[in-house]
Structures are given as C-alpha cells and as structure tokens.
Design a protein around this ligand. Structure first.
Ligand SMILES: Nc1ncnc2c1ncn2[C@@H]1O[C@H](COP(=O)(O)OP(=O)(O)OP(=O)(O)O)[C@@H](O)[C@H]1O
Ligand SMILES: [Mg+2]
Length: 369
C-alpha cells in the first residue's frame, strides 16, 4: 500500500495532536476506549461490511480449523477506527484460542519480545498493534519466530555472547498497522494473509449504528441512522461517537428517540456538517474559496488565513478534504475542486486561473508528500 495523502494517519491525529478532542477524529479518545469494548462484534457474522476481507478471513480460519492447525499469520492494515483490533479479537474467538495483546512501541528490546513469545501457549493469538513501530532488533527476532517458531536468545555480551535457540509453540501473529507502507518487505512477506481494510459505505455504517444503538438501548429510526452514517467519514469509531452525542441531545431536547431531524440538529450543535466536515475543515475550505478564489494558494498562506499551524491544516484538515474530492494538492499550491464550491453553496468565479480541473476524486496533480 502506498502512503498517500488521503489516509488519516496516527501522526496526524494522535492523542497528543491538535485533533485530540475532535468529534470527527478517527483516533480513539478516552471516552471511546471506555465504550468500545462493549460495542465490539464478537464473531465474523456480527462484523459488518468489509465483505472481501471477511470472506477471505473466513476461508483462512475455517481451513485451519479443519486441519486442526494454527491459523496463518495475519496482517491487518487500514486507517484508525476501521476495526483492526476488533478483527484480531474475532480471529482468536473463531479459533477458540486465547489472545495476548501488545504493541510495537511496547517492545523496545528483543528481550521484551522473547519474553512474550516464550510464554505463549500453543495456538495462542499474539496481537501486535502498531507493528510498524517495533524496534529493529525485535523485528529481526520476529522474522525467525514467525517462520520457524524459534528464537535465538542472546546471553552475555561481546565476544563471549552465545545464542541459545529456543523452540516456540506454534502461534498466530496478528499484526495491525495504519501504515503498511512503513513495514519492511521481509516482515510483510512473512504474513500468510494480508487484509486491507477500506472505509465503510454509508449503508454499512447505518447498520453499525443500528447495532450499537440496540446495544446502548437507544431507540433510533432508519432515517436517523442514515443521517449519522453520512457524517461519519466512513469510520465505525466516528459513527459510534456521533451516535453517543446524538443520544444525549435526544434525551435532553426530545423524547429520546433518534430521528433524522434530531440527528441533524444534534450534529449541527457540534458543527459536524452533512458530509462529516467539522469547523476546522470548513474554515480551511472557506478561506480557500472566499479569500483565494479557489486557489492555487500555498499551504503557509492558507494556514495563516485560518489562524492555524501549517501542520494542523496539512495533517488534520486536508487528508479528509482530499479524500472527499473537495481539495487537491498541486505543485502550484492548494486548489479547490468544483465539488467544494457546491458543498459550501458558493458560485465559482468564471474564467481566470482558479478551480481545479480534477475529477471528483481530486487525484490529479497530487504531490507524493
Ligand atoms: N465492522 C464493524 N462492525 C461493527 N462495529 C465495528 C466494525 N468495525 C469497527 N467497529 C467498531 O468501531 C470501534 C473501533 O474499532 P477498532 O478499535 O477495532 O478499530 P482499529 O482499526 O483497531 O483502530 P485503531 O487503528 O485506532 O487501533 C469499535 O468500537 C468497534 O466496535
Ligand atoms: Mg486498534
């Protein structure tokens, strides 16, 4: 997978970043973490959308079960909030195996990894989140563990150091990454199956919302769910978060039942518009259209115009605007697409050098930054 500009990266929306408290941010906040466990589908049948991934994974797991073997190592790649952690737990559940959860940043030394690997039970699922952030020595130990179920534990230092081989029970590694492009090829190649998670269709998110509403004991009608789905940026985590805010509004301002009107009014209060743009996204777009006639305009100038840091505009607002085909990054600067004018209800100036000649996906003339 290439590292394109259209992916919301954790660097862009990390917990400490400027997007920390954003209602439409894709990284989990503390609130999300508290409720997500309760909303996670428990098996493949309950997991909504991602049809291809589900079908392929179902085959991999069924075949392993039929052989009475441990499933192949699985790599899950995709943007934050699309269901990687959820799927890893489902893999363990479907295999009837225990799961051990750790993450790349938690494994600083090869010894940390050796300790985990040597304590695994046969058939156990080892979930390694943010696998692209593991240290190099640990990564090299993992190669051998994945391939031969063996590690060499180095005892001592310098010329007297010896490698003691250690046999491991067969296990299934499930790696998750938001940045598959950052994985070294030797690591990527050792996974038997790679699942690329895509953004969800509105109809799928609508099902996610219905399911969550019933788990949260909230009454919602189909139009109410559709309205929230359309504002959720293709991401179940955001859908669940918006649902909770709408539920609050419905309780306080109405009889608790979520309808289209209630959803629209509630999300209006939080400044999340019909397409999932928030205040920052719209400020960037509005400046581009109203102050610069749709561009092209340099990033720094645009950032000053909205009173934000360059990085905030580039990493927090732009990825979604580009993905939505509202903004294009060109060698001459940022340019609004015709869809941007339509979305903000403005008329594009005729003639002149403005207006992107890009298609609806805004993919023309992009840099690869
Ligand atoms: N296909 C799905 N069906 C129903 N709910 C889902 C689905 N995918 C994700 N969710 C819900 O979205 C939330 C976020 O999912 P999850 O934590 O698995 O995302 P993630 O890909 O691991 O994100 P991150 O990259 O931040 O770790 C969970 O509460 C989960 O219940
Ligand atoms: Mg996760």
């Amino acid at each position: 997978m290439n590292r394109d500009d259209t992916t919301d990266t954790p660097a862009a929306e990390g917990p400490a970043g400027p997007a920390a408290e954003r209602l439409v941010g894709s990284v989990a906040d503390r609130d999300d973490q508290a409720v997500e466990a309760a909303l996670r589908p428990k098996d493949l049948d309950e997991f909504i959308g991602q049809e291809k991934v589900r079908e392929q994974l179902d085959l991999v797991l069924r075949a392993a079960r039929a052989r009475g073997a441990t499933a192949d190592h699985v790599l899950l790649s995709g943007a934050p909030g699309l269901g990687k952690t959820t799927l890893s737990m489902i893999i363990a559940a479907e295999m009837g195996a225990p799961i051990r959860i750790t993450s790349g940043p938690a494994i600083q030394h090869a010894g940390d990894l050796a300790a985990i690997l040597s304590s695994l039970q046969e058939g156990e699922v080892l979930f390694l989140d943010e696998i692209h952030r593991m240290s190099r020595p640990a990564e090299e130990m993992l190669y051998m563990a994945m391939e031969d179920f063996r590690v060499d534990v180095i005892v001592g230092k310098g010329p007297g150091a010896t490698a003691i081989p250690l046999e491991l029970p067969p296990f299934t590694l499930v790696g998750a990454t938001t940045r598959a492009g950052l994985l070294p090829p030797p690591l990527r190649d050792r996974f038997g199956f790679t699942a690329h998670m895509e953004y969800y269709e509105p109809a799928e998110l609508q099902r996610v919302i219905h399911r969550s509403a019933s788990l949260l004991d909230v009454e919602i009608d189909p139009d109410g769910a559709a309205e929230i789905a359309g504002r959720s940026r293709g991401t179940p985590r955001i859908a669940n978060r918006l649902l909770r805010r709408v539920r609050d509004y419905a309780q306080v301002k109405a009889d608790g039942v979520i309808t289209r009107e209630i959803s629209a009014a509630a999300l209006g209060v939080y400044e999340v518009d019909g397409r999932g743009l928030d205040r920052l996204d719209r400020a960037v777009l509005e400046a581009l259209l109203k102050l610069f006639g749709g561009g092209p305009v340099g990033l720094s100038t645009l950032a000053v115009a909205v009173g934000e840091e360059r990085e905030t505009v580039e990493e927090v607002a732009e990825p979604f605007l580009v993905r939505e085909g509202l903004l294009a990054r060109t060698p001459r600067g940022r340019v609004a697409t015709p869809a941007a004018w339509v979305h903000l209800g403005l008329t594009a100036p005729t003639g002149g050098g403005s207006g992107a000649r890009t298609g609806a996906n805004g993919q023309q003339d992009l840099f690869g930054t």
